[in-house]
Design a protein around this ligand. Structure first.
Ligand code: HOZ
Length: 441
């Protein structure tokens, strides 16, 4: 009897190929965000037709178990009936008013209830807006200009933060971007992730100049790198000593690694928090918030200006609210954590069996893996990932029906709709993929 095939025959791709060619004629690179183009892994990006639960289907009819989850928001799984109902109900009243709605207050109240560091919150439309607005506020409040960020952390694509950035910038292997004049990044100070001494040095070098330290409390844009013990609390102390603000960019980790985000998991209270992804329930919404004494500086109460036509959009508020309500159910985060850990551990065991050096990480509902022996505690170490091996693994997994981010500089995400059977299937495909990876040096 023929041995059981672990990796199915190559999927049909004619429709995605044609769609990609058509898209490239009218959209730069055929995509509306660079990392979607499969540039660093090769091959054809799948054009998606529909999604349900933990699965997505491309326009050729191929089915995949999805670990991208729209880059984080789809924590309940795709096309969740409760979310769709909430959006439909909001939509029946109209799609945008540019005037306040009660939905905005309800979502803001849900966020403030869950994150003890947040007493007031302002809705915006994207994570990029949230981080750039929080930094403006920090500069306004402190009267200082410099911002400290960590190499490999990605806080969206605003000018001042496009230095040493992870995510798509790292995927493209570029240090920053043309179009960002040096003057725009001169005030950005960089430090290695998990390196408190470097932060202390920066405060010594620029006394009374650093307005804020912005950090992903779990870095999800260089794979998935957790904070070393004492790192986040050390940042808190340094910021307090030097009267700078501490901003947690929890766009990825908020409501994902724990209900109260990484600040609850690691018990460190930032001054300002940026949220996105899960808080929008798959619709474009994000937020920044913090203590009353800081947030009262935001216009119209205060003098720090920030605005947005679609901020607090009612469909996005309804989706976010319905998502956060579901995340209040008991056992939700235990389940997410168990699935991520099962995947990370399973991959590590399989890799060892076939002699492939693999470091894996998992924190709450996110996980990461690197083709090198580790440790991975910062961007320099994350970049030691064997890219040829990643490319082979990625394409074998994709051909086997497992949809991972097309970059080693992104975290993977699980949803509440990933069942143990989906994990088993993923690891079964990974077994065959890792055997092929073993032949790549
Ligand atoms: N902010 C997302 C996580 N790295 C990336 C999404 C994108 O760049 O398209």
């Amino acid at each position: 009897m023929a041995a059981k095939r672990r990796i199915p025959a190559r999927p049909k791709l004619a429709a995605s190929k044609a769609a990609f060619s058509a898209a490239k004629r009218v959209i730069p690179g055929g995509v509306n965000s660079p990392v979607r183009a499969f540039g660093s892994v090769g091959g054809t990006p799948r054009f998606i037709d529909r999604a349900k639960g933990c699965r997505i289907w491309d326009i050729d009819g191929n089915e995949y178990i999805d670990y991208v989850g729209s880059w984080g928001p789809m924590i309940l799984g795709h096309a969740d009936p409760g979310i769709l109902r909430a959006i439909r109900a909001a939509m029946a009243h109209g799609t945008s008013f540019g005037a306040p709605t009660e939905l905005e207050t309800r979502l803001a109240a849900a966020i403030c209830r869950t994150l003890p560091s947040v007493q007031k919150v302002r809705m915006v439309s994207s994570g990029t807006e949230a981080t750039m607005s929080a930094i403006r506020l920090a500069r306004g409040v402190t009267g200082r200009a410099r911002v400290l960020k960590f190499d490999g952390c990605y806080h969206g694509h605003s000018d001042g933060l496009l230095v040493g950035a992870g995510s798509g910038v790292a995927t493209l292997g570029i240090p920053g971007s043309p179009g960002v004049p040096p003057a725009m990044t001169e005030l950005t100070v960089q430090a290695p992730y998990n390196d408190l001494a470097a932060v202390a040095d920066a405060f010594t070098r620029w006394p009374d100049e650093i307005a804020c330290v912005i950090v992903e409390p779990v870095a999800g844009n260089m794979g998935c790198v957790g904070p070393q013990p004492g790192f986040l609390s050390g940042l808190r102390e340094l910021c307090d000593q030097h009267a700078a603000l501490l901003i947690f960019d929890e766009v990825m980790t908020g409501f994902r690694v724990a209900r109260g985000g990484a600040q609850l998991l690691y018990n460190v209270r930032p001054d300002l928090t940026c949220l996105g992804k899960v808080v929008g329930g798959g619709m474009p919404a994000a937020a920044y918030g913090g203590r009353n004494d800081l947030m009262r500086r935001v216009a119209p109460v205060g003098d720090v200006y920030q605005a947005g036509t679609l901020s607090g959009n009612p469909l996005a508020m309804a989706a976010g609210l319905a998502t956060l309500e579901r995340l209040e159910e008991p056992g939700v985060y235990e389940q997410l954590g168990a699935r991520s850990a099962a995947l990370a551990n399973g991959l590590r065991v399989l890799a060892r069996e076939v002699g492939v050096e693999l470091t894996t990480t998992s924190i709450g509902g996110m996980f990461g893996f690197y083709f090198h022996p580790g440790p991975v505690t910062n961007f320099e170490e994350a970049k030691k990932n064997n890219e040829a091996r990643f490319r082979r693994f990625f394409s074998c997994m994709l051909e086997g029906g497992i949809y991972l981010a097309p970059s080693p500089y992104e975290a993977a995400f699980v949803s509440l709709r990933h069942r143990p059977g989906d994990v088993d299937r993923t690891l079964e495909v990974a077994r065959g993929a890792l055997r092929r990876v073993a032949r790549v040096r």
